[in-house]
Design a binder for this molecule. Structure first.
Ligand SMILES: Cc1ncc(COP(=O)(O)O)c(C=O)c1O
Length: 459
């Protein structure tokens, strides 16, 4: 008896073909109707959860698929501006489909011979492109949280401090919460993440960082990593990377850059000045899923010395064929074992965009932020931004409670007008945050958004 849900290995499978055609037709329709819909769905209905006794036909599954699509968030809507979740490149859709069909596993060379090589070459190329020296390279991960965790595990290992509880990491008060997760997973107390204050631009205060390190050492603590952020989550600020790099070199401390948001700006000559110094890091996290449109998940950890990844995460895995030369199994250079060929859509996306497309995407995102910023009434709002494509604002002179109710009401009002923005709590107040990485958002949309925001506060 043959089980129908598996494609025939002997002949073109007509059921697979029509299943794919029907599903991709539905997906194309879903995109096409997005402009007339809203960022958030109105339906929260889910199909039956448990499998029925007899498996469902493709026709029944397509009905269920449609229900899930009806309840999905729409990143392609021009008003979807809340988070770092842009619409996907069309090449990502195709790559994920093909990748699921191939079902290769980046755990092992023998389970993904082509993709393992591709991952190495693409990581080498990106590391080179952002200016890291020869010997650099990297690994893909399921998101920036895992990339940051791997960087810190590696930093601690290189400092030979794995069994020392009296260790700390220094990062800015605006650094991402994934660092807090990382210290917890690494068996450290939350207090081992030391937050250094920022200036008015949201950048770490370098002098305070120096003082903090002196103080820590005087107290018998060891700092095994300084984390700079290239693109903070709320406002897109970039820490002074070069200065911190020099400091870390002088003090012999691992320098990690969380470039989950800003790292991609290093790919293009005309935007690379924004992340000047990125090449000097020991490790860098970069998330092409956050602005380039590579579908989730797409995150990299790049390191100055690629072989350190294997020294840190390698286990001499006993059930795989040994690899020859300087290659490693993909499951031996990071935390994840089995993982999909995320590299496929990253590579295909970079090829689809080309240098010009990447540049356009990055520069237009910044232009949209500048445009919106220019149209916000600066007499009414305190604006927190940076050089990238993020902007956050809160009414001037509002305290925590006023900013809470203003942000709540205004966010809902904006949703009613098909604009979705987010509502972060930042420096003691609630803000509305707008992320301008959506290529479908036009200046005309921003005119309306600015008008609605300006009207939310009386003169
Ligand atoms: C600066 C920064 N680092 C790390 C992360 C975590 O990335 P992920 O959600 O992909 O795990 C984020 C998420 O927004 C971020 O903004």
């Amino acid at each position: 008896m043959s089980l129908e849900p598996f494609a025939s290995p002997d002949q073109l499978d007509p059921k697979l073909r029509s299943f794919l055609e029907e599903a991709s037709g539905k997906l194309c329709n879903w995109f096409a109707e997005t402009g007339d819909a809203a960022p958030l769905p109105t339906s929260s209905y889910l199909p039956d959860i448990p499998p029925s006794l007899e498996g469902l036909s493709n026709e029944a599954l397509l009905k269920d698929i449609q229900i899930l699509m009806n309840g999905a968030y729409r990143p392609s809507h021009p008003g979807s501006l809340a988070h770092l979740d842009p619409p996907p490149l069309t090449s990502s859709i195709v790559a994920d489909l093909v990748s699921a069909g191939l079902n290769n596993n980046l755990l092992a060379n023998e389970l993904s011979p082509g993709f393992t090589k591709l991952e190495k070459k693409v990581c080498d190329w990106i590391a080179h492109r952002i200016g890291m020296s020869s010997g650099s390279g990297g690994v893909l991960a399921s998101g920036g949280t895992i990339s940051n965790l791997m960087a810190l595990v590696l930093a601690r290992k290189q400092a030979n401090l794995q069994s020392n509880p009296n260790v700390v990491i220094l990062a800015s008060s605006d650094a991402h919460t994934s660092l807090l997760k990382a210290v917890g997973i690494m068996g450290l107390s939350p207090n081992s993440l030391r937050r250094v204050s920022t200036n008015e631009e949201g950048q770490i205060l370098v002098d305070t960082l120096f003082d903090e390190l002196k103080q820590l050492r005087a107290n018998g603590l060891k700092c095994f990593a300084v984390v700079a952020t290239a693109g903070t989550t709320i406002r897109g600020a970039i820490d002074p990377l070069k200065e911190i790099a020099e400091f870390c070199l002088r003090e012999d401390i691992w320098f990690h850059i969380d470039g989950a948001i800003g790292g991609v700006f290093g790919l293009i000559k005309d935007t690379s000045h924004l992340v000047d110094g990125i090449s000097l890091a020991n490790s860098v996290s970069i998330n092409p899923q956050k602005i380039l449109g590579v579908a989730k998940t797409s995150s990299l950890l790049l390191v100055a010395n690629r072989t350190e990844l294997n020294s840190c995460f390698g286990t001499d895995i006993p059930y795989l064929e040994p690899v020859v030369g300087d290659d490693f199994h993909g499951g031996e250079i990071g935390i994840q074992g089995t993982r999909p060929a995320d590299i496929f859509k990253l590579w295909l996306g970079l090829r689809q965009l080309g240098d010009k497309g990447i540049q356009l995407l990055l520069e237009q995102a910044i232009e949209r932020r500048e445009y919106l910023q220019k149209h916000i009434d600066a007499s009414k709002f305190f604006i927190a931004s940076g050089p990238l494509h993020l902007i956050a604002l809160t009414p001037k002179n509002a305290d925590k409670s006023i900013s809470y109710s203003w942000s709540n009401t205004t966010r809902q009002h904006l949703l009613d007008q098909n604009f979705m923005v987010s509502r972060p709590f930042y420096n003691g107040k609630y803000y509305l945050k707008v992320v301008l990485g959506n290529p479908h958002t036009q200046f005309s949309h921003l005119d309306k958004l600015a008008m609605l925001i300006n009207q939310s506060v009386n003169s």
